[in-house]
Structures are given as structure tokens and as C-alpha cells.
Design a protein around this ligand. Structure first.
Ligand SMILES: [Zn+2]
Ligand SMILES: [Zn+2]
Length: 366
């Protein structure tokens, strides 16, 4: 790789050949003399497809956890015969939500039989609702990423919000589902010191009143700063993450202000624990560098990245690295003089990050 080249590193779940075609076809690159880029080694095609149905996984995380959307939807659809609320409107509503699940970390809404609850104690009476604390025997579903299947946190503390007289009136049923919708739209809702996250719907068999089942989160404040976690389930605090990146700004530099600013800005715009983190990667981090292909605009190398990419480990609740990750380096000739074009290329790939047919960027190197 020439000394004058900046590089972008991308992660690919696609064939590198396809990527090259895509790259050289884009008109804004035709005009540049030479430039450089980086991407990750092509994944084995078998690992990026579901073994059951052959469908491509949406990204490498879902491939790793073997979470395939079409198979998930079949799973939920097959399960429809195993439960009913006894009310068609509620059944349809829950089914619709279940068939709209997109990611392994999405919350699932369920019909929960009332006999699943024990230790029921009244805690609150607000407006037309009564709230109870209770323990849910089977507990909420979560996707176990090591077992690669759905599992439950049994004996979970929950809050039951019992909507008075919700059984008989059509209006109240609509209001009830509106309220469910309100909680579904946001992952968490903070009301007078309690963080609510919806688990499902139930019904008291004596009063016939419908119930919204929430989690009862005691541990929802960041151990570090005391603020409420951005993602309570994963104990991920956005402001602490930002502070971590800011503190780290002094530890790296590309020696180009525009690139530094660009990377810093990307790092400070992370909103979820699972968002990909763009980094400056010192070139001496790469080993086993081998040329794969070249054309008049760029060269592609395979390499291993010693420290490897950052990811949020949801067991240890901290950022960790997948060391010795296979990556591809795409090197654009003479990009030192064309930082603007170079960064617009980076942006192009970053903006496509959720598209399963494009490459993921890990970072920039030189
Ligand atoms: Zn599948
Ligand atoms: Zn914090």
C-alpha cells in the first residue's frame, strides 16, 4: 500500500467480486485517479445463510445468533394455535405485533394467562386503572444468543395495570389497545419514577378486566452516572459511552483533522448498543496482508486485524473486541489529496449499513 493512501475498512457479508463491480460502477469514482479502501474478508457463504430455509441473514450478528426472520415468523405463526385471548381484536393485534418482529433484540408482545401470576399485591390506583405488583412464573421471552433459541427469565417481577371495566365497552377496548400501542412505540417509558416496558396482555378471570403487563425494573439506573440506562435490558448508557469515546480522543489521531473530526462525530452519534463503531485503525494492527485484486482505481487486500472490531458484550455489559478478525482492506490510490471524496465514499457505505447487500465499515487506516 502506498504511503500516500488513506483507507477505509469495510466488513463484508458479500462476495468481494460483487463489491468491486459495485464500486467501479459508481460514477463518482470514475473521475478519481487513485484511491484506497478496506473491507473484511468474505464470510463463508454457508455461515451467512439460514440452514433451515436458505434465506440470507440480515447481518453478521443475526448470522452469529442464527436468527432468521422468515423462520422466526413461522415459529410465531405456528404458535398461534397454542393461545387465545378469547377476543378476536386482541388476538389479531398480538399476532400482528409478533409478525412484525425484525431483530433478535426486539421485544415480543404476548398473551399471558392470568394463572401465570402469583404474589399479586395492589400498589396503585390511577384514573381508571389499578396497578398490582406480581411475579410472572414463566417470565418474559428473550432470545438466548448462545443457545440460539428463545428462552424465558422465570419468576420475573412485573406490574399488572388492570383497566377497570375494559371488558364490555368497544370504546374502552379501542382505548386499551391505544394504550398498549403507546407503550410499544417506545421501548421504555418513565412515569413517576417507574420505568415501564410492555411484556404482554392478560385478563382477570373474575372481573374480566384486561390487563397490561409491564416489567418492574428496579435496576434501571446506570451504575456509573446514575442516569437511566439508554437500553435497560442491556445496561447500556449512551452518555457514559460518549464520555468513554471523548476520553479516548487523545489516544488516537489520523493526523488529518477532517478524518479525525469525521470519526469523532460518528462515534458521538451512536444511539444503540448494537450500532457499529467507526474507528481509526493504525496500520500496524494488520497482519498477513495479501493482495486479492486490483484495478486502475484501487487495490483490495485481505488481512487480519490484531485487536479486531469493537462490539458491546451483553453478558459482561462492556465494549470488547473480536481479536484477529479477518478483514479486507480497500486501498484507494492517492487519497491523501482527496480527503473530501474519500470521506464521501465512507459516508456512502455508512448510510447503507442496514442494507444486507452492502459492506459494513469498521474503520479507516493509512
Ligand atoms: Zn430460516
Ligand atoms: Zn451512565
Amino acid at each position: 500500500m502506498s504511503e500516500s493512501s488513506s483507507s477505509i475498512m469495510l466488513e463484508s457479508d458479500d462476495d468481494i467480486k460483487e463489491f468491486e463491480v459495485d464500486f467501479s460502477d459508481s460514477s463518482d469514482n470514475k473521475n478519481s485517479d487513485d484511491h484506497s479502501f478496506i473491507l473484511n474478508q468474505t464470510d463463508n457463504i454457508l455461515t451467512s445463510q439460514c440452514e433451515k430455509c436458505g434465506e440470507k441473514y440480515i447481518d453478521e450478528d443475526h448470522a452469529k445468533y442464527e436468527w432468521c426472520k422468515p423462520c422466526q415468523l413461522n415459529y410465531w405463526r405456528d404458535n398461534f394455535i397454542n393461545w387465545t385471548s378469547g377476543n378476536e381484536k386482541i388476538d389479531n393485534y398480538i399476532q400482528e405485533i409478533q409478525l412484525n418482529i425484525n431483530k433478535y433484540y426486539d421485544s415480543i408482545l404476548e398473551w399471558i394467562p392470568y394463572n401465570q401470576f402469583y404474589d399479586i399485591k395492589e400498589i396503585n390506583e390511577i384514573d381508571s386503572a389499578t396497578e398490582y405488583s406480581a411475579i410472572w412464573e414463566n417470565g418474559p421471552l428473550y432470545y438466548d444468543d448462545s443457545e440460539k433459541e428463545w428462552s424465558r427469565y422465570s419468576d420475573e417481577n412485573v406490574i399488572l395495570r388492570c383497566i377497570n371495566n375494559s371488558y364490555n365497552s368497544q370504546n374502552i377496548m379501542d382505548e386499551f389497545l391505544d394504550e398498549v400501542e403507546k407503550y410499544l412505540k417506545r421501548k421504555y417509558m418513565l412515569i413517576i419514577g417507574i420505568v415501564y416496558k410492555i411484556y404482554g396482555i392478560s385478563q382477570n378471570p373474575d372481573t374480566m378486566d384486561y390487563i397490561i403487563v409491564f416489567n418492574n425494573l428496579y435496576e434501571h439506573n446506570c451504575k456509573n452516572c446514575g442516569e437511566i440506562y439508554t437500553d435497560i435490558d442491556y445496561e447500556w448508557c449512551k452518555s457514559c459511552q460518549m464520555d468513554h469515546f471523548k476520553d479516548n480522543f487523545i489516544n488516537w489521531s489520523s493526523e488529518n483533522e477532517e478524518i479525525d473530526n469525521f470519526i469523532q462525530e460518528r462515534q458521538l452519534n451512536i444511539n444503540n448498543f448494537y450500532d457499529k463503531i467507526l474507528e481509526w485503525i493504525p496500520y500496524n494492527q494488520f497482519n498477513e496482508i495479501k493482495e486479492i485484486s486490483k484495478n486502475e482505481f484501487n487495490k483490495i487486500y485481505s488481512a487480519t486485524w490484531e485487536d479486531g472490531p469493537l462490539y458491546y458484550n451483553d453478558d459482561d455489559k462492556e465494549l470488547m473486541r473480536n481479536s484477529n478478525e479477518n478483514v479486507a482492506l480497500k486501498c484507494l490510490y492517492n487519497s491523501r489529496n482527496k480527503i473530501c471524496e474519500f470521506l464521501s465514499e465512507v459516508k456512502k457505505y455508512l448510510s447503507n449499513i442496514n442494507n444486507k447487500d452492502t459492506l459494513h465499515i469498521y474503520g479507516i487506516s493509512q
